[in-house]
Design a binder for this molecule. Structure first.
Ligand SMILES: C[S@@+](CC[C@H](N)C(=O)[O-])C[C@H]1O[C@@H](n2cnc3c(N)ncnc32)[C@H](O)[C@@H]1O
Length: 278
């Protein structure tokens, strides 16, 4: 079977749309581009495995889980069911946080990624700023296992362990310059797409009745694990800006904060500059 034939049956038999077919073929066969004039035969075993994957996509399973990896901030991460699929918006959180770290901190910078999931935030920042000392924590066993796998895959040394929010972190008596988190922030009754509801882990999505539970838990304890000068960086829901301002001023009274918009113009990132002055 050739690539052309594979594209045809993906469309006709498995009812997969053009964009998804393109993504699937490129990722599965590790191609930059699909050369449609290439008439060489694809290995039979590969075709069979590809068809099995197409079947899963037809059933509605997210393509990232089917392929088992995602591209994020220029790096390839493994991904599996039970762990949240990283979203593009989170790349923007990394972009800004990296700038702030380089602007405001010098050597020996320590960072903690709270609710690390597949490890994308902590590990991408570690790749971008190699001398960073990064700690990644999550409550989910699957997330811990996967982020460890990803650290190995990317060839970086980081500390990864299980913690319910900051509980275990506080016990370790270590202090950090940067706390970054994309915690679960959906409201309990928020409507979400079926594909997300059905396949992505609930513990990664919901943040209590008002969606603010984890921001509150983190900010309440943050000073116990932060250095006297520190940066807090959060991904937030598009309608949570005012709530985050109130929470930040409750626990970090008078401290400077900043809200950043994502590329679609939505308020999606919140930064607290604790004793950081220009
Ligand atoms: C929105 S996901 C973010 C995952 C990843 N950081 C990302 O951006 O793709 C939230 C993560 O928080 C974790 N989490 C939920 N409750 C937690 C808790 N009590 N303590 C630590 N992590 C928790 C979930 O397991 C999940 O991995």
């Amino acid at each position: 079977m050739t690539y052309q034939e594979l594209i045809k049956i993906s469309k006709e038999k498995y009812k997969i749309d053009d964009k998804t077919i393109d993504y699937l073929i490129k990722h599965y066969f590790k191609l930059q581009e699909i050369d449609k004039s290439n008439n060489s035969k694809i290995d039979k075993e590969k075709v069979k495995d590809f068809k099995d994957k197409a079947e899963l996509i037809k059933k509605g399973i997210p393509i990232q889980y089917v392929i088992g990896n995602v591209d994020f901030y220029g790096y390839e991460f493994n991904i599996k069911e039970g762990v949240l699929i990283p979203r593009f918006e989170t790349e923007e959180l990394i972009f800004y946080t990296k700038q702030y770290i380089l602007n405001y901190f010098n050597d020996n910078i320590s960072l903690i990624d709270v609710g690390t999931g597949s490890g994308v935030i902590g590990l991408s920042l570690k790749k971008e700023i190699p001398n960073l000392k990064a700690t990644l924590i999550d409550i989910s066993f699957d997330a811990i296992e996967l982020s460890k796998q990803n650290a190995k895959k990317l060839g970086v040394e980081v500390d990864i362990y299980k913690s319910d929010m900051l509980k275990e972190v506080i016990k370790k008596n270590k202090k950090y310059d940067v706390l970054i988190s994309n915690p679960p922030y959906l409201k309990e009754d928020e409507e979400i797409m079926d594909i997300v509801k059905k396949y992505e882990p609930e513990t990664a999505l919901y943040g209590g009745p008002d969606g603010l539970k984890y921001y509150d838990l983190i900010l309440k304890d943050a000073k116990k694990i932060l250095n006297d000068k520190a940066l807090i960086a959060f991904e937030i829901g598009a309608d949570q800006k005012e709530d985050l301002i109130a929470l930040s001023q409750k626990y970090f009274k008078g401290t400077k904060y900043e809200v950043k918009k994502d590329l679609q113009g939505r308020d999606r990132m919140f930064f607290i500059f604790y004793n950081i002055f220009d």
